[in-house]
Design a protein around this ligand. Structure first.
Ligand code: B12
Ligand code: SF4
Length: 463
């Protein structure tokens, strides 16, 4: 069979943006799990057009919630052309009934345990409507099919060493999507890390871990980092801020070539951290934790969220100075989003605070899909846009770059330069996050086929 795996995407900035920096792992991982007798292609909607005239026998679409309207439209178009279309990913997992109306077959949860059976069934024309994958065993997973990534991607080596996270933040679907904390054998991970058939030196040098919380199990993390030291790579990952309490770990991160850590700092308000179930973040430790990473030359990227119940428009905008002040090198600024499968979603649903007219494209981290406590939805969006514009102003971007010249190692400085340059240019061009409620053609219309072929009507998010 010929199988096309499509990773859906909807642009998240008003004037579009460079989307070729780093690829998703999902498509090339599913391709690697595919039995070798099948021919497989991976298409990233982020960087290439969808080949609707494909000869493929099976179309497999992966989507997050914010990109679901695109995934549904692609599915409807392929079905119109007589193709068999299957779906999976976080959105399908949490909205299975809705997804089951769009796709011929779906996978709920992780696909490893069911993917081969699904393909065999598709080949025989005996696809079941739903396949339920459980948390998979992490031993013996194949290396991603890096060879299938389009040349366009700047970074190529994305790796996953672990799945899941020991914490349960209220806004995060990881605990229900990837239950437990599971680790691949270090030798398997090293196979991905030492795969070196990339054209460019930086593609061979860089390892980008797409883990939820790579360093959560200290013993495993230290074993992995010790194994990485001789290979002299530069690597990045996301981690929880409590790593800074383990100096041996920090030293090993430095020795093994860590150039960047993404920390979910989220807020400067204790009430917000409580609402987020993020008690492992201690506000009084932020500055010290960042300094400890800087002492080792590591760039600190940090996520902040606007829209907690204790937030006001003024407190949201004030975060731009606060995050600068504590030493963050690259901020990532989101709006609180009640994804299905999270405690936050359930709370807002019970409180009647989900906005039913707002479709899935509002669930992309840059738009408002609920009624905030201290402002209305538009005020929250506006406060976020002001925060974003101020945090990526020339003054803040240049300030962050200047101070990082003397405290970051080369790779970390280059990362800081790229990211601040990337966002700073966007801010200069007034290319702010796209507002789904004005100006942008609605992606909610015409998405879910009522009879399996014809797209109909508005797709509200909570059907
Ligand atoms: C790496 C990562 C990123 C990276 C890369 C994003 C990308 N497009 O891949 C970055 C940092 C850019 C990112 C950004 C964002 N992310 Co993110 N990210 C992740 C993370 C940590 C890992 C994803 C991954 O690669 N997993 C490894 C692969 C192999 O697993 P997988 O994708 O889940 O696929 C498996 C199954 O789902 C299934 N499957 C998936 N697709 C398909 C398709 C078919 C046909 C089949 C059969 C099976 C199948 O099989 C696979 C193997 O088991 C997840 C958390 C998580 N645990 O999933 C969040 C997650 C996907 N991200 C999330 C969010 C919200 C975002 C942002 C919107 C955040 C923001 N505020 O801006 C942005 C969106 C921007 C973007 N371009 O995607 C949410 C999505 C929730 C939802 N319901 O949609 C997650 C689940 C985390 C969370 N907070 O809950 N993210
Ligand atoms: S620490 Fe990060 S990955 Fe873990 S539950 Fe919280 S937000 Fe999700």
């Amino acid at each position: 069979m010929q199988i096309d795996i499509i990773v859906a995407y909807i642009p998240r900035y008003r004037k579009g943006h460079l989307r070729t920096f780093v690829p998703p792992l999902t498509g090339i991982h599913l391709a690697a799990l595919t039995p070798p007798q099948h021919e497989v292609r991976v298409i990233h909607q982020k960087v290439e057009p969808i080949p609707f005239d494909s000869d493929a026998d099976l179309i497999a679409i992966s989507t997050q919630s914010g990109f679901a309207p695109a995934a549904y439209r692609i599915a409807a178009e392929f079905k119109r052309r007589g193709k068999t279309v299957i779906g999976g990913g976080p959105h399908v997992t949490f909205c299975e009934d809705e997804a089951a109306r769009v796709f011929d077959s779906i996978v709920i949860g992780e696909a490893e345990a069911v993917w081969q059976a699904m393909i065999a069934d598709a080949e025989k024309g005996l696809l079941k409507a739903r396949y339920v994958g459980g948390p998979c065993a992490m031993e013996g997973l194949p290396s991603p099919r890096y060879d299938l990534l389009p040349d366009a991607f700047f970074v190529k080596r994305v790796v996953q060493a672990t799945r899941g996270c020991p914490f349960s933040c209220s806004f995060c679907s990881v605990p229900s999507l990837n239950p437990g904390f599971r680790m691949r054998p270090v030798a398997d991970v090293m196979r991905d890390i030492t795969y070196n058939h990339f054209k460019r030196w930086w593609q061979r040098k860089l390892v980008w871990f797409w883990d939820d919380n790579l360093l959560a199990d200290r013993r495993y993390a230290k074993e992995l980092l010790r194994a990485m030291i001789p290979h002299k790579k530069w690597w990045l990952t996301q981690a929880s801020i409590d790593i800074a309490r383990d100096e041996e770990l920090l030293d090993l991160m430095q020795e093994s070539g860590c150039i960047g850590i993404f920390l979910g700092i989220e807020s400067f308000h204790q009430n917000a951290l409580q609402q987020a179930h993020k008690q492992h973040n201690r506000i009084e430790e932020y500055r010290r934790c960042i300094a400890l990473l800087h002492e080792r030359g590591i760039c600190v990227m940090a996520g902040f969220i606007a829209g907690f119940d204790s937030d006001t428009p003024a407190s949201i905008v004030a975060m731009s100075d606060q995050l600068f002040d504590i030493g963050v090198d690259v901020p990532f600024l989101s709006i609180l989003t009640p994804f299905k499968g999270t405690a936050l979603h359930d709370t807002f649903e019970q409180e009647g605070r989900l906005i039913p007219q707002r479709g899935w494209e509002f669930y992309n981290g840059f738009n408002v899909a609920f009624t905030p406590a201290n402002m209305d939805a538009d005020e929250l969006k506006e406060a976020h846009r002001q925060l974003w514009t101020k945090a990526f102003s020339l003054r803040h971007c240049v300030g962050r770059l200047l101070r990082s010249t003397h405290r970051l190692r080369l790779g970390a400085f280059l990362m800081t330069l790229c990211m601040n340059g990337f966002y700073g240019l966007k801010a200069l061009r007034r290319n702010t996050p796209a507002n789904m409620c004005d100006g942008i053609p609605s992606t909610t219309e015409a998405t879910v086929p009522s009879d399996g072929t014809h797209p109909v009507g508005l797709m509200p998010s909570h059907v």
